[in-house]
Design a protein around this ligand. Sequence first.
Ligand code: NAD
Length: 487
Amino acid sequence: MSANRVLVAGVEVSPDHFINNERVSSETTFEDRSPLDWNLKLADVARGGAVEADLAITAALNAFPAWAALTHSERGAYLHRLADLIDANVEKIAAVECLDMAMLEESLRLRVIGRGARNFRAYADLASQYQPRKWDSNTTHNTVLRMPAGPTVVITPWNAPFMLSTWKCAPALAAGNTVVLKPAEWSPLSCSMLMDLVLEAGFPAGVFNVVQGLGSEVGAALVNDERVRRISFTGSPTTGRYIGTAAASNLVPFTAELGGKGAFVVYADADLDAAAKKAAVMYDDAGQVCLAGTRLLVQESIQEEFLARFRSYTDEHIMGDSRDPTTTLSPLIHPTHFERVSDFVTRARVNGDTVIWGGEPLGEGLWYKPTLIAPKSNNSEIVQSEVFGPVLTFQAFRDESEAIALANSTKYGLSSMVWTSDQAKADRFGEQVRAGTIWVNCFLIRDLTAPFGGCGISGIGREGGDYALDFYSDLKTFQVKEETTHG
Ligand code: NAD
C-alpha cells in the first residue's frame, strides 16, 4: 500500500486532498475516528488551510473554460461514467462510510450510496434536455440561455456525506461549472473515495477537486475567495449565516440547506398504525436527519392509542453495530455531538419537561436511547431547537387550526408530515404550513426534479432539478430585433 493510503474496512482510502487530479498532502493532519468504536482511529486526514484552498480554486479556475465549452452530452458522458463507477463500488463506499459516520451499512449499500450515482445520471440527462424559454414581445424575439457560472465551492455536513455531496456537485458539474468540494471533518473518507472514481472516469484535471480540513480553516478560506462564482452549503444555520456573509461580501450567489424541526402531525382520522410505525422511523440514523419530523403533534382524542402503538414500534428498534444487518439504530457521530444531545435532554429536565421514555445513553459508546419528551410548553427549548439526535417531542392538539399553528411555531421550515385520510384536510395543511417539503401519509419520498430547500432558518434558495441547474448557471436573456435576418 502506498504511503498516502490507509486501510479502512479493508478498502484502501486516501486521506489526502485531490487537486488537479493529483493527491496532495498537508503539513498537518486531523484524526478521523469511528463512532462505532471511538478507540479506532481510521486515518490522519490532511488538514488543509489557505494554501490548499488557493491551490484547489486555482485548479478549478484554470479548468473552467474548457469544461464550460463542452456540450451537455460531452459533459454528460463523464457524469455517466462516474455514475457507473459509483454503482460498481457501492459495497466498498458503503463499508467505509459506515465505519466513518455509522449510518447502517445495509441502508448505505441498498439505498444511500446508489442515490449518488442517480444524482450524476439525473443531472447529466436533465442538463442536456434543457429547453430554453422563448417568447416574442413587441419587436424582439427573446430567449433565456444558461451560461456556466464558474468555479463552485460545495461544503457538506457529516450526515450522509457521499449522497449529500453528490446531490450538489452533480448539477454544478452538469451546468458546466468546476467544483471544489469540502466534506465535513467528522466523516471525510467517502468523498475522498469519490475522487478515485473521478480520476478513473477520466475527468480533465481541475474539474472536480476535494479539499479536506476544518470548517474554520480551509472552509473559511474557500468561501472567502473572490474567484469563486457559486457557493452551495448544507449544514447548520450558524455556519449558514457565516457563509452567507462571506458570499454576500463577494457578491456570490449561494444556497444553504440548513437544519430542521419538522412537525409530524397525526389527525384522528389517520391510519394510526402506519403513522405510529413511521414515527418510530424518526429515530433512524440516531435521529441525525435534517428532514425528520421531530415534533410529534397528535390529535388529543387519539393520543393514548397513538402513543401505545408508537411505543411498541420504538421498542422494536435494535441498537448496535451499524455493520450488523439486525441493527436498526446506530450511535451518534462524535463525542462532542453526543454531549450536545445529552445536554439538550438535561436542560429539558431542568426546564420541567417530562421525559416519557429514553433520556439516557445506552452502554459505553456513543449510543443514545430513543427519547420522547412531553414539553412543559411550546416555548421549551426542546421544541424550538434542532437536537439532531434521537430525541422527539410529543404534544397533543385539539383541532386543525391548533395543529397548523403548532406546526408553524418554530423558526425552522424544512419539512413537515401530515397523517390523515381526508384529502381536503391534507390540502389545507399543505397550503398553510410553511416548509420546503410537505409529505402526506409518507416520509422521505423524493423526486430529484422537485425543488428542495427550506423556509425560515432552514435555508435559502432551492436545489433539485432545473432549480439547481438555474442556480449553478448565469441566466442570460438573448434579444433579437424582429426584422434581423440570417446571413
Ligand atoms: P456544520 O454547519 O457544523 O458543518 C457543515 C460543514 O460546514 C462542514 O463541512 C464544516 O466543516 C463546514 N464549516 C463549518 N464552519 C465553517 C466556516 N466557518 N466556513 C466554511 N465552512 C465551515 O453542520 P454539521 O454539524 O456538519 O451538520 C449538521 C447540520 O446540517 C444540522 O443542522 C442538519 O440539520 C444540517 N443538515 C441539513 C440538510 C438539508 O438538506 N437541509 C441535510 C443534512 C444536514
